[in-house]
Design a protein around this ligand. Structure first.
Ligand code: ATP
Length: 247
């Protein structure tokens, strides 16, 4: 398979200023995300996973290093083009006032470009068509996530950044959202970067796993190697620690 990087992190460091103090969060992260892959970021709480994700569509900027998206440094992109190209979804999917259809049409109004019809989008998500006229705020958490993913499809984003998108969902909705993301990956060629705390989910969805600890990329491996044959002692400790939590 031809490897084609869509995101490259080059010695990326990030700190925040909190109460006048410099708080380092990421330390010289380097690595590449290949086109059409599903890369899962795992690691302890507070290790910097969401921060690394948020740098990719410039929700925040790096202090040092570069993030190259499709060959161009993020800060050189036109920001609205970057955010159209690199969609991001969070645990609580935001929906706008109005019907489900209004929510899906908003993307078209913003970008004046329609790749898929509203009917195609709703069919792709597996949501029933009769939901189109329903108030979007009345949807369940799982339905809101599917709507949010449909918006990234409407946007024609080719990279999807997903931050704990199933953390608040029941197991059935979690599996449905996973299936939807994997169809976006396989059928629509979306590259997916997925932050999760759920190692079973990482096994189900990932091609590659990155372990982030204390703002450092500790291990980057195929999902099989990560769980069956991790090379780093810290990965083994992390997996043992997580296994203890889930007993
Ligand atoms: N805007 C901010 N200002 C100050 N500190 C921040 C800010 N955003 C994140 N942090 C800090 O950066 C560190 C990394 O946070 P981040 O959310 O990236 O971790 P994470 O690995 O995604 O954690 P979790 O798994 O709990 O979501 C944390 O200590 C967090 O408090």
């Amino acid at each position: 398979m031809i490897q084609s990087p869509v995101i490259e992190f080059k010695s990326v460091s990030k700190h925040f200023i909190q109460n006048g103090e410099r708080k380092p969060v990421l330390h010289g992260i380097s690595g590449t995300i290949q086109r059409n892959s599903v890369v899962v970021f795992v690691g302890p709480s507070g290790s910097g996973k969401s921060t690394l994700l948020s740098l990719c569509n410039l929700l925040i900027s790096p202090n040092e290093g570069e993030i190259i998206v499709e060959g161009k440094e993020v800060r050189e992109w036109n920001i609205s083009k970057l955010r159209q190209h690199v969609g991001i979804a969070f645990q609580n999917a935001p929906v706008l006032d109005g019907t489900v259809e209004d929510n899906l049409l908003l993307t078209y109004k913003l970008h004046k470009k329609q790749t898929y019809s509203v009917e195609q989008l709703i069919a792709f998500t597996g949501l029933p068509k009769n939901l189109l006229q329903q108030d979007a705020r009345s949807l369940s958490g799982g339905q809101k996530q599917k709507l949010s993913l449909a918006r990234t499809l409407a946007n024609n984003s080719s990279i999807l950044l997903l931050d704990e998108i199933t953390a608040a969902l029941d197991p059935l909705s979690t599996h449905e959202v996973e299936d939807l993301v994997l169809r976006l990956n396989k059928e629509e060629n979306k590259t997916v970067v997925w932050v999760t705390h759920d190692l079973a989910q990482a096994k189900r969805v990932g091609d590659l796993v990155w372990l982030i600890e204390d703002g450092r990329l500790v291990e980057r491996a195929s999902v099989q190697d990560f769980f069956a044959a991790p090379t780093h002692e810290r990965t083994k400790q992390f997996l043992m620690g997580e296994a203890a939590w889930t007993l």
